[in-house]
Design a binder for this molecule. Structure first.
Ligand code: ADP
Ligand code: MG
Length: 475
C-alpha cells in the first residue's frame, strides 16, 4: 500500500483527536490540509502564520508523537503557511516553514528558529517605559445599567447583558452580540456590562475597544514586528468588548487575527461581547468562519425606542441634569425625534444650553426651532399619497373608499380634506391633485378647498378635524 500525504495525515489526526479536547481539535486541526509527502517529510498547509506559531507552541509534542508513529524516527514536518495580505489585494501566497522542533525535525537543514516570546508582553495601552503591566479597561463609568432605560425596544439585549455581567463566560451568551442602528445604545450597553463586571469581579481583566482601534493596533504591530505581543496581549483578557465589529468588513488580516484571539478566549471560558450596526446575516465582507463564531452565542437587537421609552429617557436625563421642563415640551421632543437616542439627548442638551445662555424660558417655539435643526435633513416632503393615507386612517376608511365616487357625506368630507391638505402642503397643481385623488378635475379640488375653509370657520367639529390632521401630517 502506498502512503500518501492524506493517508499519513489522516492517521495522525485519528491519534491527535484522541488526545485533545474536541474544541481544540476543531479549531487547530480541522483547518489543516495535507499537501505533500516526500520520503519522511510531510508538508501540511495551515491558514496563517499565527496558526503555525500556535501549533508549534502548543501542539508540537503531540504532532511529533503522531508523526513518528506514522513515519518513523526520521519524520519531519514542514508547514505551508498561507500569508495574509493586509495591505494589498494580491492572492494569498504560501511560505514554507520547517517545524522548529529539535528532535526529530531538525535534520531538515533549513531550520528557522522559532522565537517563543519570553520577553515581557507589550501592552498596547501602556506607554513604553512604564514598568507595571496593568490593563486599563477603557471603560466610561457614565455608561452603566442604572442610567440605561429599559423599554420594549431593548428588553432582550438589556437582560442578556445583565446576565453576562453577572456571570461572565458562564452563560450561553458567548459571544453576546448587540446590534442595531446608530445612536440606539449599543456602546452604552456594551460598556455597562464591562462596568458592572469590574464592580463585581475587580480581579478580572476587562477591555473595551472599538474595532477600528483594534485594527489600527494590529496594523501597527505588523509594522513593528510585534504581532505576537499583540496577540498575547489580547489573549490575556477575561472580558473582551469589541465595539462596531462591522468595521472589520473587508479587512481580512485583522479578521484572521481576531478569529484566533476569539477562539483562544472562547475556549478558555472568557467572555466576548460584540456590537455591530447589523445582524450577522446582513454583515458584508466578513469571513464565514468569523460570522459563524458571531452566531454561536446570542445576537440581541436594540430597536428604536417607542414613545413611552423616549419620554422616560428624556426624563431620566433631565433628572440627572437637575432641570425641569414642561410636560408638553418633553412630549413634543419625544414625538418628533423617533429613531435615535443620541439625537433625543442632543435636542435636550441644546434646549438647556439655549435657555440658560439666553436666559430664556423653555418654550414650545424654542423647542420647535431646535428640533427642526435636528430633523431638517431627514424631513421629507409630504406626498399626496401620504396625505391620503393619513386622512383615510384618521376617518377609519381605506384609501380606495376615500377616492370612490360615493356621495356619502363623511366620505366626501374626508376626500375634500385630503385635497385641501394636498393644496396646502405640496407644490402640486389643482389638476394634478385632482387626478391623484380619485381622478377629479381641478374645479372639484378648488371647490373642496373653499368648502374646507368655510367649514373651518363655521363648524367647531370640523375645525377639530383640521387641527388634528395638521398635527398628524406635520409631526
Ligand atoms: P450606539 O453605540 O448604538 O450608536 P450609544 O450607545 O452611543 O449608541 O448611545 C447614544 C446615546 O444615547 C448615548 O449617550 C447613550 O447614553 C444614550 N442612550 C441610548 N439608549 C439609551 C437608553 N435606553 N437609556 C438611556 N440612554 C440611552
Ligand atoms: Mg457606538
Amino acid at each position: 500500500m502506498t502512503r500518501t500525504a492524506s493517508s499519513v495525515w489522516n492517521n495522525c489526526l485519528l491519534f491527535i483527536k484522541d488526545n485533545i479536547k474536541p474544541q481544540a481539535y476543531k479549531t487547530w486541526f480541522e483547518p489543516i490540509k495535507p499537501m505533500k509527502l516526500a520520503g519522511d517529510v510531510l508538508t501540511i498547509q495551515v491558514p496563517s502564520k499565527f496558526f503555525f506559531e500556535w501549533l508549534e507552541e502548543h501542539y508540537i509534542k503531540l504532532l511529533r508523537v503522531a508523526l513518528v508513529r506514522e513515519l518513523g524516527d526520521n519524520a519531519k514536518l514542514v508547514y505551508d503557511v498561507r500569508m495574509e495580505n493586509t495591505y494589498s489585494n494580491k492572492k494569498p501566497h504560501t511560505v514554507k516553514f520547517p517545524s522548529s522542533n529539535k528532535k526529530p525535525f531538525n535534520s531538515q537543514g533549513m531550520t528557522m528558529p522559532l522565537q517563543i516570546d519570553k520577553r515581557e508582553l507589550k501592552n498596547p495601552f501602556v506607554i513604553p517605559g512604564i514598568q507595571k503591566v496593568k490593563i486599563e479597561s477603557q471603560l466610561n463609568p457614565n455608561y452603566n445599567f442604572e442610567n440605561f432605560i429599559e423599554g420594549d425596544s431593548n428588553r432582550l439585549a438589556r437582560s442578556a447583558s445583565m446576565a453576562v455581567s453577572n456571570k461572565p463566560g458562564g452563560t450561553s451568551f458567548n459571544p453576546l452580540l448587540i446590534y442595531g442602528g446608530v445612536g440606539l445604545g449599543k456602546t452604552h450597553l456594551a460598556q455597562a456590562i464591562g462596568v458592572r463586571i469590574k464592580e463585581r469581579y475587580p480581579e478580572k481583566t476587562v477591555l473595551y475597544i472599538s474595532a477600528e482601534k483594534f485594527t489600527q493596533q494590529f496594523i501597527d504591530s505588523v509594522k513593528a514586528n510585534t504581532r505576537n505581543d499583540f496577540i498575547h496581549f489580547y489573549q490575556m483578557i477575561d472580558v473582551l468588548i469589541v465595539d462596531d465589529v462591522q468595521f472589520l468588513s473587508g479587512k481580512s488580516g485583522t479578521q484572521d487575527v481576531f478569529f484566533h484571539i476569539f477562539n483562544h478566549l472562547h475556549q478558555n471560558g472568557k467572555q466576548v461581547i460584540l456590537t455591530s450596526d447589523k445582524a450577522p446575516v446582513d454583515m458584508q465582507d466578513i469571513e464565514q468562519r468569523l460570522l459563524s463564531r458571531f452566531k454561536w452565542g446570542l445576537s440581541a437587537e436594540l430597536a428604536a425606542p417607542d414613545y413611552e421609552t423616549r419620554i422616560s429617557i428624556l426624563k431620566s436625563k433631565m433628572f440627572r441634569d437637575g432641570v425641569e421642563i414642561p410636560e408638553e415640551i418633553v412630549e413634543y421632543i419625544a414625538k418628533n425625534i423617533k429613531t435615535n437616542v443620541r439625537e433625543l439627548e442632543g435636542v435636550l442638551i441644546s434646549l438647556i444650553a439655549q435657555a440658560s445662555f439666553n436666559r430664556k424660558e423653555f418654550t414650545l417655539s424654542l423647542t420647535k426651532q431646535i428640533v427642526d435643526k435636528f430633523v431638517k435633513n431627514t424631513k421629507k416632503e409630504v406626498s399626496i399619497d401620504y396625505i391620503q393615507k393619513v386622512v383615510s386612517k384618521y376617518f377609519e376608511m381605506d384609501v380606495t373608499t376615500l377616492q370612490s365616487k360615493t356621495r356619502k357625506r363623511h366620505i366626501v368630507q374626508a376626500r375634500q380634506l385630503a385635497m385641501y391638505f394636498a393644496k396646502r402642503m405640496t407644490k402640486a397643481s389643482l389638476a394634478s391633485i385632482g387626478s391623484q385623488i380619485g381622478s377629479r378635475d381641478h374645479a372639484t379640488v378648488l371647490h373642496a378647498c373653499k368648502t374646507v375653509d368655510n367649514l373651518t370657520e363655521t363648524d367647531k367639529q370640523f375645525r377639530k378635524y383640521v387641527d388634528e390632521l395638521t398635527k398628524k401630517l406635520t409631526f
